[in-house]
Write a protein that binds this ligand. Structure first.
Ligand SMILES: Cc1ncc(COP(=O)(O)O)c(C=O)c1O
Ligand SMILES: N[C@@H](CCOP(=O)(O)O)C(=O)O
Length: 419
């Protein structure tokens, strides 16, 4: 039993019951007709409130079950997802020139990225529908999370990843036992192929841009943020929430969760949302700056997770930033590399390039006067650094090579001046 009242098309406003439709608006089609899950918030509030959360012993995203589209909680896989740590980072705040800074470490999820929140919901929905198999297209993280959660649930999975996906992410897929297609093309091409295959073979489609339920999992990061801040800094909330953007589903989910927690009275005011893209792949930034529609473009960035030339959830991604009065910024690949080490050295949190990109985004937004020095920021570190060792080494450099001889160590220490 859920508190969903309807699934509403973000394009034409048509409303459906969950029984009437599986993925998208039948009139607008999958390019435009993305559906939003609408709840009966008055009823939700009776079950989800500060008192009920204080009593909850579920330290995972499932503590927000009344705000999730789950009919049969008995099907929830056992892996613990969500309830990730939120750290205050005064050293990073000083480095970035803001009043206060917090970091939410999403790399602590079971398959080491934020995407676990969505895949956990996707697997339950597939099981509820008795689907024979689940599929997705992915730059790597959605894929590894789906493979992990499908394995936990005993559900077969087929994954489409672009040939450039980092080896660690591909290794995760294979280890979890998914059927993996390494598409010799871009993520955008892998996405189209996945759509065709799921239609042809009847596989349940986890792609967040067409499956309305997946963003519901993603939004739980903001439900947690709201609850964690309620405890940490009662009565206040950061001025900005910052996250990297590829397809736009993540930032769309972040905004939905913030909006809901404000609506339910958990946070005093809504923060602004900062979306961070790479210079070589910035369709959101361009459309936002020029106030135009989406123009799909190049996907040239080392941050593979946000190398998305044709964002599939432009509408929800744009909505998060515009409704919040926030901003989009683009950062260079060099800045992204630098943000990996800055984040790690100032906080001890190791992010993959897209995970750390928020740090570069804040730096850029402060320099541009978008974020004021007296404002506070919460940065969502969306994926763990071990996902992409090659770029981590590019960022941090090589170790000093020595023979097993203390004289070489003495020389190296003297040369480095670090003793
Ligand atoms: C680590 C990481 N950060 C950010 C994103 C961006 O999310 P979205 O493509 O939904 O905008 C992704 C997507 O894969 C990701 O894996
Ligand atoms: N870059 C993403 C793209 C797909 O993820 P989704 O959750 O938006 O469907 C990834 O592969 O992780």
């Amino acid at each position: 039993m859920t508190y969903i009242t309807s699934l509403k098309c973000v394009h034409c406003g048509r409303e459906y019951t969950p029984e009437q439709v599986t993925y998208y608006c039948e009139v607008c089609g999958y390019h435009d007709g993305i559906l939003d899950v609408i709840y009966d918030y008055d009823t939700v509030r009776r079950e989800l409130n500060p008192e009920s959360l204080a009593r909850s012993t579920k330290y995972s995203m499932w503590r927000y079950l009344p705000l999730l589209p789950i009919n049969n909680p008995g099907l929830i896989p056992h892996l613990q997802v969500g309830w990730t740590p939120l750290y205050e980072a005064p050293g990073l705040a000083g480095e970035l020139g803001v009043a206060r800074c917090w970091v939410k470490d999403e790399g602590r999820n079971p398959t080491a990225s934020f995407k676990d929140r969505a895949s956990a919901v996707g697997v339950v929905k597939a099981l509820e529908q008795k689907a024979p198999r689940i599929t997705c297209a992915s730059t790597g993280n959605a894929a590894s999370s789906l493979a992990g959660f499908a394995a936990a649930a005993g559900l077969p999975a087929t994954i489409f990843v672009p040939g450039r996906a980092p080896a660690a992410k591909v290794a995760q897929l294979l280890v979890y036992g998914a059927q993996v297609f390494s598409v010799q093309g871009t993520y955008d091409q892998a996405w189209e192929l996945c759509m065709q295959a799921s239609a042809e073979f009847g596989w349940y489609n986890r792609n967040c841009a067409i499956n309305p339920y997946l963003i519901e999992g993603k939004k739980t990061v903001s439900l947690e943020l709201a609850e964690q801040f309620m405890t940490l800094t009662p009565g206040s909330f950061p001025d900005w929430v910052v996250v990297a953007v590829g397809d736009g589903c993540t930032i769309g989910g972040v905004w939905k969760g913030l909006w809901e927690m404000h609506r339910l009275g958990f946070i005093p005011r809504l923060p602004k949302v900062l979306g961070v893209q790479a210079e070589g792949c910035k369709p959101f930034v361009t459309a936002w700056q020029e106030n135009t529609c989406l123009v799909p473009g190049e996907a040239n960035t080392l941050a593979d997770s946000i190398a998305v030339g044709h964002p599939r959830n432009f509408c929800k991604g744009m909505k998060g930033v515009t409704e919040s009065g926030g901003a989009f910024v683009a950062v260079s690949d060099n800045d992204i590399l630098r943000s990996i080490t800055t984040l790690a050295r100032k906080t001890g949190v190791f992010g993959e390039p897209a995970g750390a990109a928020g740090v570069a985004g804040v730096r850029q937004a402060v320099a541009a006067g978008m974020i004021r020095p007296d404002e506070s920021v919460a940065i969502i570190v969306t994926g763990n650094g071990l996902k992409d060792i090659q770029n981590a080494i590019c960022a941090a450099g090589q170790p000093v090579s020595v023979q097993p001889d203390i004289r070489e160590v003495r020389q190296a220490v003297a040369a480095s001046g670090k003793c």
